[in-house]
Design a protein. Structure first.
Length: 150
């Protein structure tokens, strides 16, 4: 059983959850919501290693990568392995940052979808670290999904 401090992707309204995370940060810092942006850090631990919520933001797990994989050792996006269609992601730390704190170098703005249908199921963009240019992942159609095909 997962600790209650970890949000499981696909069980709730994801965009509402991410927006709420941004709202809490904006209120705590006395900033307008429209000056906030989503920031993600992929952690090195599994859901069972989470014992409490972080001081800022929230932990999320249950996402799957499509078109690439997460290299845990390097902490960056990497090419897919053969026959590995939807590798699972480690726990992600999602938090709100101000627009001027947004990092754009070495980052791929990875779209997050509820299903592999994509288009109408888009929820938000998760900035993920990459050692390659972002266009490599755009051309590979890399995304995160909450419900992979079975």
């Amino acid at each position: 059983m997962l600790p209650p401090s970890v949000w499981i992707a696909g069980l709730f309204n994801p965009m509402g959850y991410v927006t709420a995370c941004l709202q809490v940060t904006a209120r705590a810092k006395g900033l307008p919501l429209d000056s906030m942006a989503v920031h993600t850090d992929v952690t090195s631990f599994e859901p069972t290693g989470v014992t409490a919520q972080p001081a800022e933001g929230t932990y999320v797990h249950g996402l799957f990568m499509e078109g690439a994989r997460w290299d845990k050792a390097g902490g960056v996006l990497a090419d897919s392995r053969p026959k590995e269609l939807h590798p699972s992601m480690p726990v992600m730390h999602i938090r709100g940052v101000t627009v001027d704190e947004v990092v754009t170098e070495g980052v791929y703005q990875c779209p997050v979808y509820m299903t592999t249908i994509r288009g109408p199921t888009f929820t938000f963009q998760a900035p993920l670290k990459t050692a390659c240019e972002a266009h490599v992942w755009v051309l590979a159609a890399v995304c995160l999904v909450m419900q992979p095909d079975q």
